[in-house]
Write a protein that binds this ligand. Structure first.
Ligand code: TXA
Ligand code: MG
Length: 310
C-alpha cells in the first residue's frame, strides 16, 4: 500500500524508469525532498503544478549531475565558474541566462530567458540523475503553501499513494538551497537558504545585491516574460486584426493550446505559444480557459500577460 521505496540500487533504477515514462517521483536531496520530473517533458512539468496545487507558474530548478550538464543548459560567466567550483555539488542554485538549445521545456522557466540550476550533493539524488541520464526539475515535495518535507513520511502524508517516494532518510540540511542570480549586472541573492550569503560573498570577494531595483524577486510579475503585443482575454472569436490563441478547438485559432481541451497539454504549450504569437506582431486574443485545476495557473499567467504595462 505504501508508496515509500527504500533507496536500493533496484529502486533507483525504477525511479529513473518512472522519470523516463513521464511520471513524477519524489526523492531526497540534502536540502529537502523534491518532486522530480523530466525537465524536457512539458506535460509532466505541468503535472507538478497540478500535484502541488500551485496557483501560478513559478519557474522551477533544474537538477543536474555535474558542471558539464549545467553548461548545456545555462550560459556560464567567470563568476558562475567560481561559485560552481566552491559550492557544487551542494545547496547553491544559480540563475543563469538560458541557452537557446537547452534541453528544457519552456514551462520549466515559466517562459523566462533565465534558468535556475543546481547540482545536488545527496547520493540518492545523484544516483537517480546518473541512472536517468538527463536533468530533472524538482520543487519541494509539498502541496503549495505547506511546509517543505524533510522525510519520506512527510512526502507520503502530502501526496498519499499518488506519487512514489524514494526514501533516503531525513535530509541533512532541511532548508532549501540558496539562490544566486547571475543573469543581471551584479550577483544577486534571490533566496536566502542553506548556504549563507556571507560565505558566498567571501568566495566572490564582493557583496551580493538584494532583489529589487530593477532585479525582480522570483515569482514576481515583472520577472516573467511579458508579450509586446496587446492581449485580450475571454475572447470567443478574434476581432479584426487580431490573432487567436485557442483552447479546446476554437474556431479561427492561429494556435490552439490544446485542441482536445486538456489543461495539462495547454500548460505545456502556454509559454512557447505566447512567444510564437508575439513574434507575429499582432494583438492577441485568447479563448476562455476553464478556471479549474491547472486552468487557474494558466489564467493567472494570462492575466499578467494582459495587464496594462508602462
Ligand atoms: O533546495 C532546493 O532548492 C529544493 C530541492 C528539492 O532541490 N528545491 C526547491 O525548488 O526549493 P522550488 O521550486 O520550491 O523553488 C524554486 C525557486 C522559486 O522561488 C523560483 O521562483 C526560483 O527558484 N526560480 C526558479 N527559476 C528562476 C529564475 N529563472 N529566475 C529567478 N528565480 C527562479
Ligand atoms: Mg518550495
Amino acid at each position: 500500500m505504501s508508496s515509500i521505496w527504500t533507496a536500493s540500487p533496484d529502486n533507483v533504477t525504477r525511479a529513473a524508469d518512472v522519470l523516463r515514462a513521464g511520471r513524477l517521483i519524489a526523492l531526497p536531496t540534502e536540502t529537502v525532498y523534491g518532486l522530480a520530473a523530466d525537465a524536457a517533458n512539458g506535460e509532466v512539468v505541468a503535472q507538478i503544478y497540478e500535484t502541488k496545487g500551485r496557483p501560478r507558474f513559478n519557474p522551477l530548478i533544474v537538477h543536474v549531475p555535474d558542471r558539464a550538464a549545467a553548461a548545456r543548459i545555462g550560459e556560464f560567466s567567470s563568476t558562475a565558474v567560481r561559485l560552481i567550483e566552491a559550492f557544487w555539488p551542494g545547496a547553491l542554485t544559480l540563475v543563469l541566462p538560458l541557452r537557446a538549445d537547452a534541453p528544457v521545456a519552456p514551462l520549466v522557466t515559466a517562459g523566462l530567458d533565465t534558468v535556475a540550476i543546481r547540482c545536488p550533493a545527496h547520493e540518492v539524488a545523484r544516483a537517480v540523475l546518473r541512472a536517468f541520464d538527463g536533468p530533472f526539475v524538482a520543487p519541494s515535495a509539498n502541496r503549495s503553501g505547506r511546509i517543505s518535507p524533510t522525510t519520506a513520511e512527510h512526502v507520503a502524508s502530502e501526496f498519499g499513494d499518488t506519487v512514489p517516494v524514494l526514501d533516503g532518510g531525513p535530509c541533512e540540511i532541511g532548508l532549501e538551497s540558496t539562490i544566486v542570480g547571475l543573469a543581471g549586472d551584479h550577483p544577486t541573492l534571490l533566496r536566502p537558504g542553506a548556504i549563507s550569503h556571507e560565505v558566498i560573498e567571501a568566495v566572490l570577494g564582493m557583496k551580493l545585491a538584494a532583489p529589487g531595483d530593477g532585479i525582480s524577486a522570483p515569482g514576481m510579475m515583472t520577472s516573467h516574460y511579458a508579450p509586446q503585443a496587446k492581449v485580450r482575454l475571454e475572447a470567443e472569436e478574434p476581432r479584426e486584426g487580431e490573432i487567436l490563441l485557442g483552447f479546446g478547438g476554437s474556431n479561427g485559432a492561429t494556435l490552439d493550446l490544446s485542441p482536445s481541451g486538456n489543461l495539462r497539454e495547454a500548460a505545456a504549450h502556454l509559454f512557447a505559444y505566447l512567444r510564437q504569437m508575439d513574434s507575429m506582431a499582432k494583438p492577441i486574443a485568447v479563448a476562455p480557459i476553464p478556471d479549474e485545476g491547472l486552468g487557474a495557473a494558466i489564467n493567472d499567467r494570462l492575466k499578467r500577460a494582459a495587464a496594462p504595462r508602462d
